[in-house]
Design a protein around this ligand. Structure first.
Ligand SMILES: [Zn+2]
Length: 273
């Protein structure tokens, strides 16, 4: 096939196995849209902000208003600075005249929640995101890196989104998740702490499927599995093995179909990994 510039169009990555599957939504979208709209004041604020042209970032800022951590500042010690010769620290005021800034002992300073991150907790970023707003209000830039990888080795076999159908060859096939290369029997891990809400057969192509609810409208699903390692209702931690990969359901080869759902609608998983 030739494109308009006369170059040969690549037929696709040759190094990744071609696996195909068709997974369809199990429910019409519009039924849940109304329910989502009624969710809560924060979402309404952000939707209002988006609709009125303030933009998503402003919406998030609005949503975060009031979620502040109050810190009490103890009686202060002098601000120190190092002088240019590399000598011992000297009082900042002796280097450059500083505007008079003072805080009385016991003064309160408000930090926004985003300034406080618990680095030791692998779920820290996700908890912080979801505690401040519903998942639907979170931008891709903010969510990136908040979920853990469901496989030890992550090699994309087929990306999320519209694609040429691997079965019919037609355009407009919507791929609801991200496919990753995984030999059958590979450990599949929880992307974050959550509660297992479904373990069983997905009638719409996913085959053996696990769904984990991470709260605030965020869910992940794991599909085409060969076996399960968890039960419904079980609490799992990030990195816990929840299943072994397989090729059950509408699948032509071993791989993991991984989905991220926000308020019941699939989103691009790469925006969260
Ligand atoms: Zn898939």
């Amino acid at each position: 096939m030739q494109n308009s510039r006369g170059r040969r169009r690549a037929a696709g990555p040759a190094s990744t196995p071609r696996v195909v599957e068709v997974i369809t939504a199990e429910r019409p979208r519009d039924l849940h849209r109304d329910a989502r709209r009624r969710r809560g004041p924060l979402r309404q604020i952000t939707e209002f902000a988006a609709a009125s042209g303030i933009g998503q970032k402003a919406g998030i800022a609005l949503a975060a208003t009031g979620l502040v951590l109050t810190v009490t500042v103890p009686a202060t010690s002098p601000v120190m600075a190092t002088d240019a010769t590399g000598g011992s620290p000297v009082a900042a005021s002796s280097v450059t005249p500083q505007p008079q800034v003072s805080a009385e002992a016991g003064a309160q300073i408000d930090f926004s929640r985003s300034a406080v991150v618990t680095q030791a907790d692998p779920d820290g970023k996700l908890k912080q995101l979801l505690s401040a707003q519903s998942a639907g209000a979170i931008s891709r830039a903010a969510s990136a890196g908040s979920l853990g990888a469901p496989l030890a080795v992550m090699t994309t076999a087929s990306p999320f989104g519209y694609r040429v159908s691997p079965i019919t060859g037609g355009n407009g096939d919507f791929h609801r998740g991200q496919d990753y290369v995984a030999q059958c029997g590979t450990s599949v891990m929880a992307a974050a702490t959550g509660t297992v809400t479904f373990v069983g057969w997905h009638q719409f192509g996913g085959g053996n499927r696990v769904v984990i609810d991470h709260g605030n409208g965020l869910e992940t699903t794991y599909n085409h599995l060969s076996s399960f390692s968890v039960k419904e209702g079980q609490t799992v931690s990030r990195g816990d093995v929840v299943a072994l990969s397989g090729t059950t359901g509408a699948s032509t080869g071993c791989h993991l179909h991984f989905e991220v759902q926000v308020n019941g609608e699939v989103v691009d998983p790469t925006g969260w990994l």
